[in-house]
Design a protein around this ligand. Sequence first.
Ligand code: FRU
Length: 492
Amino acid sequence: MKHQEELSKANKKIDEKAKIVQSTQWYPTYHVAPKVGWMNDPNGFCYFNGEYHVFYQHHPFSPHWGPMYWGHAKSKDLSSWEHLPIALAPSEDYDQDGCFSGSAIQIEDKLYLFYTGNVWTGEDRDHDLKQVQCIAVSEDGVRFTKDVRNPIIANAPDGNIHPFHIRDPKVWKKDEYYYMVLGSKTKENVGQILLYRSIDLYEWEFINIAATGEGNFGFMWECPDIFNLDSHDILLMSPQGMKPEDYKYHNLHQSGYVVGNLDYQTGTFQHGPFELLDHGFDVYAPQSTVDEQGRRIIIAWMNMWESEMPEQQHEWAGALTIPRVMTYEKGEIRCRPVPELQKLRKEKISFQNINVNGNIELNEINGNSLELQIVFDAKKASTFGIKLRVSESLGEETVLTYDTTSEMLSFNRDSSGQGPKGVRQAPVQLKDNKLHLQIFLDQSSLEVFINDGEKVMTGRIYPDQHSSSIHFFSQGECSIIEVEKWNLGSAF
Ligand code: FRU
């Protein structure tokens, strides 16, 4: 009962303001964002009864983090989305200060949500907390009932495991068992993950600490996810507190993966080095699901903790990335935008064989919400690239530059407009002296897929709405073999 009341209050609150919020300048055209209020991690990403569902950490009462609810949206095709009522609200003793992150799994015709119940037990939020694992169930994929047996995991296991930081259950099935992985840390603040198994989803047996960080690997691992790609086990996770190294780890926290092998009997994960999932500014807490076609699809929070979020002045904060298909090909992970996004494309504008030496604009290649595909031939250029969301009079631009000497692609948002600044870099090798970029620009975001998903760079930007020009530039001659542009329509 209490749960239903809390949900009604929250749903009423967001419906009052949704229209106004969604008409403000940085509200995305085709990314999932909260109708009103705050969003962080995607949760419970799944394919249920022929539709994709994504939930998210949500605070409906303000554009700032607070007691966590689960917001909810669904899609038939990963390009058009529909908002649904809030699915979970804090309402019980065991989750009174938040329904934290977790996952979803379909069993027969029901959808099970696994989430972390969070309770503050004192003033120090790093130490005075109790985190337990819980279940909520739905038959229609819209209304969820918290299970009377909650919490289903009430305490951290014995051993070198921090007793209170234990959260973000991701559940999957393999052979006769369900498995669950949890984010955690040691008593000395080293990130690690815990592996459990269950026959019935309610009784969970702790198997082992599957992996613990060594060296510069963070003080806590959040939002772990384990799955198999092309006979390799992938552990996707979000380590907090890795120190910057060279061009890497300049964001407050990181998201990435290791490739290896999970021994389900001993519960240990042998793996190679940590790789970043995205080389930009704003990707955190990615979560994956597998769909009917067997594709591994990931979606992430397109923000970073503690970054400035100018959209808060308009009563909302946070968005999800576009969904990306993750594959393992010839020893490398690739992430490509889901092809269904082509459904959002409007009329196409394209040009071929344009020489660039200096700065040029192309007729009708401009806009704020669009997809661009570009193939550059570097020729003799030392640096070349593209500027987006440009206004010469306002001095705004967001710049992607390829440097042929350092073989780095950089994303510079120092002059993007309001909001956080900085530069991020990704090592990128030209292929036959060519660079391929697939760019998704929305009202306050940029996602760049480099050389067919070899690398990705994502960032939030907050330009003036009139900053919509696009420039191509080169130091020394380069050529654009082809550029194609489509304005993208609304996903809602
Ligand atoms: C990751 C995270 C999770 C937690 C949630 C709380 O961004 O800190 O570990 O469950 O956010 O909103």
